[in-house]
Design a protein. Structure first.
Lengths: 429, 354
């Protein structure tokens, strides 16, 4: 009897285990299904108002994105509700968990959402796959108002695919008190950065915390006039003397411990290292502002433009756009929503609530009046480089990151990094 | 011998019982059979058979995972060539993932199997009190969500986390240390670089010296985590097997004067051979497919030392738009698992029948 019981128990657990395995896949679907249920408020707003744009009356639109925070979800939902009120459409923001996986599946299955977030790094993949509709003439108000570097980020093979939702750039975040105490000014050149990092390094605090990965290190390449690829991503250009000098500069700072890798001071990322006071400076994007205010409210900080290198200033712009699928059910309605969210009023309404910046030049001043301390991030847009290459390029940045970490570990040299990365890049191109 | 004696009457009883029923159900029986198995079969076909066929088919095509699948270009064996023959970043990444996973298997499978066996034997003792409690306690990690367990372990393995606090020696940078254990061990004797024939020769784009790196410290942390979670399941299987060993055999051995050690090696282990085969096979399959812990714990880092083929499949298909390549990795992974299962079967068969 006992024996049988145990066998039954084992079988039962095996079944549960199998069910749980299946459950993994099912959860995503459930998440998708639950979010489809429309928030009652949105729908009523759309139904009660019967104003302008009769063509959009009752048109259902799904807007997919990933979820960064509840506050952000609510703000975007509010903006979409305002669009519904103005047009009578029934648009809805549906944040997806496991965004890449969910979106890939929907696109490959031929049933994409009407509008969806596209990260600049993913643009090439989607455009190359023919899944994105180019921006039709005239649907976006005053496209020349959008920062050229951001339009460029969503242009692939000469075609502009989508208007940016907002953007972030990298800047130098520093502790003003620590700089004062060490008697150094905010660095504006590499030499000054070296000196400042040295002066600020103590037993418990590094001069500067920076992630060891391409999206951070590359700003030094830009400042030296180098780049991983040429503008069209048809050629790897990392094996240049400028690139070697730039990477050697960075490697030396880690070698003399005035720069520090966040994980080496037990921090998940550079923002955490800065917040915990383990570094006096860091190179991060606007997102660090909200993070520091939430998690380290007592930690003071100020933001400056990145120090200029031999070839002047350079930074990264990270941006996301609203894409419309090539086979959209109702392209006019989709573009109307995209325009509503990205024109001057929409961009300002959206970005005012957060520490992301509007992608339009005309509202920059307006935005800055409420975020004066973040000016350095906005200024960066003038000389920012885009974050994106061509399909399959994740392998190449992967090799760069691996080798960069090996340099910091003392197991590789800049020559190794350039050699390996160029080989990988030529392979993919 | 004894097992046959034990089960024979029951089998006869069943057969006698089946006689009249069989006649009554005669023509309906095959249909009813299919009907009863249909729910499971339909599930299997939709969620297992079709995806497997699709994966094999995709592995011969240049599919980006984004366009409709039938619009992809057939490329023959190009994906396989890129992984196995052509020197380049994809081959090197694949080689790294195979190396990492091989060390992971070598580390995890024997430890979890032996540990589970020992625990099962202890829990099978008649004099032990509170068996139910221990059984539940050991099994508990296995029924906890692997993602949740991984996230907790990530906290435990922090440099200032609980594990370093408990250990007497200096703090270990568990999850961010890319140094291989074998390299570390050799480093103790001052060997920092391999001999020329190891560093100058490559296999699949990876230096032989790097093949011999051993699992990185980060991978070792993941191995410990996995051993902790899976030992419980395997223990339960061993326990079921142990309870199927008839007491009479054990008693006969005692009468013949066999001591405890002799009984363990001459009776328990031989009779447990089918269970051991089952557990080791399960272990091999599971460890070659490790994904959750990597995805939630290290995302392949540091320096790719926790890249595994399963994680590479995810990376290539969902973030790098190379679903065709991912399909080829999946097929090769399947072949590897089949190969190891076959070896396992051969080893255990050669020492007696399964």
């Amino acid at each position: 009897m006992r024996r049988n019981k145990l066998v039954v128990l084992v079988l039962a657990f095996a079944l549960i285990a199998a069910a749980c395995d299946g459950g993994g896949g099912a959860t995503t679907t459930t998440a998708g299904v639950t979010t489809t249920a429309a928030p009652a408020t949105t729908t009523t707003a759309a139904e009660t108002t019967t104003t302008a744009a009769a063509t959009l009356e009752g048109v259902e639109l799904k807007l997919w994105g990933w979820s960064s925070s509840d506050a952000e979800n609510t703000a975007l939902s509010d903006l979409v509700a305002a669009f519904n009120e103005a047009t009578g459409a029934k648009a809805e923001f549906q944040p997806q968990s496991d965004y890449d996986t969910t979106l890939n599946t929907a696109l490959a299955g031929g049933d994409p959402p009407d509008v969806f977030y596209v990260d600049s790094f993913r643009l090439a993949d989607l455009a190359e796959a023919g899944q994105l509709a180019p921006v039709p003439e005239g649907v976006i108000d005053d496209p020349d108002d959008i920062y050229p570097s951001l339009r460029e980020a969503f242009t692939y093979n000469g075609t502009w695919y989508c208007p940016p939702k907002d953007f972030s750039t990298l800047a130098l975040v520093y502790d003003p008190a620590a700089l004062d105490a060490a008697g150094v000014a905010v660095p504006t050149s590499w030499d000054e950065l070296t000196a400042a990092a040295e002066a600020l390094t103590t037993d418990t605090q590094a001069g500067l915390a920076m992630g060891v990965e391409y999206p951070r290190w590359a700003v030094f390449l830009f400042q030296a006039g180098a780049n991983l690829t040429n503008a069209d991503v048809t050629e790897i250009t990392l094996d240049s003397p400028e690139a070697t000098a730039a990477l050697q500069y960075v490697a030396d700072r880690y070698a003399d411990d005035t720069f520090v890798r966040p994980s080496d001071v037990d921090a998940g990322w550079a923002g955490e290292a800065y917040g915990q006071g383990k570094a006096a400076m860091t190179i991060e994007g606007n997102w660090i502002v909200g993070y520091l205010k939430d998690s380290f409210p007592d930690r003071q900080f100020a933001v400056a433009e990145l120090p200029a290198g031999p070839d002047g200033k350079g930074t990264f712009a990270f941006t996301v756009c609203y894409g419309v699928p090539a086979n959209a059910a109702n392209p006019d309605a989709s573009w109307a929503l995209v325009n509503y969210l990205t024109n001057a009023e929409g961009a300002l309404a959206w970005t005012n609530a957060f520490n992301v910046m509007p992608a339009r030049v005309s509202v920059a001043d307006d935005w800055l009046s409420s975020h004066p301390e973040l000016e350095a991030f906005v200024t960066g847009a003038d000389y920012a480089h885009r974050w994106g290459f061509k399909p399959g390029f994740g392998d190449v940045t992967g090799v760069f990151n691996e080798q960069a970490n090996a340099i910091v570990d003392g197991d590789a040299t800049v020559t190794d990094l350039i050699g390996e990365t160029v080989a990988a890049g030529e392979d993919v191109i | 011998m004894a097992t046959q004696v034990g089960t024979k009457p029951r089998r006869l009883q069943l057969r006698r019982h089946r006689g009249p029923q069989r006649a009554r159900l005669d023509w309906r029986e095959p249909y009813l059979g299919w009907l009863f198995t249909a729910p499971a079969l339909i599930g299997l076909v939709i969620f297992l058979v079709i995806p497997i066929i699709a994966a094999v088919w995709v592995s011969f095509r240049d599919w980006n995972g984004l366009s409709p699948i039938f619009e992809s270009e057939p490329v023959g064996l190009a994906n396989y060539r890129e992984l196995l023959l052509e020197e380049g970043v994809r081959q090197r990444d694949f080689a790294i993932s195979l190396r990492n996973n091989l060390y992971y298997v070598i580390g995890v499978v024997p430890v979890q199997s032996i540990l589970a066996f020992v625990i099962a034997v202890i829990l099978n003792q008649k004099f032990l009190k509170g068996k139910g409690f221990f059984r539940t306690a050991y099994y508990f990690p296995s029924i906890t969500s692997s993602i949740a367990v991984t996230l907790i372990f990530v906290f435990l393995f922090q440099t200032n986390g609980a594990i370093n606090q408990a250990l007497p020696f200096q703090d270990i940078d568990w999850l961010d240390n890319a140094r291989g254990l074998i390299h570390n061990f050799l480093g103790v004797f001052g060997v920092e670089d391999g001999p020329a024939f190891l560093t100058e020769n490559e296999f699949m784009g990876l230096e032989l010296w790097d093949w011999l790196a051993g699992p990185s410290v980060a991978m070792t942390a993941i191995m410990m985590l996995v051993i902790w979670t899976t030992t419980g399941t395997l223990m339960l299987i061993f326990l079921a097997g142990l309870q199927n060993i008839p007491v009479s055999v054990e008693e006969a051995a005692i009468v013949d004067g066999a001591n405890g050690v002799q009984r363990f090696f001459r009776i328990t282990i031989p009779l447990m051979r089918p269970t051991i085969f089952f557990v080791v096979t399960l272990g091999l399959i599971g460890t070659w497919q490790v994904f959750d812990q990597i995805y939630a714990g290290t995302a392949g880092g540091p320096r790719k030392t926790t890249f595994t083929p399963a994680y590479l499949i995810y990376f290539q298909s969902f973030t790098n738009s190379k679903a065709g390549l991912a399909g080829a990795i999946a097929v090769i992974l399947f072949a590897i698992i089949m190969f190891f299962t076959w070896i396992n079967r051969k080893i255990i068969r050669d020492t007696g029948d399964v």
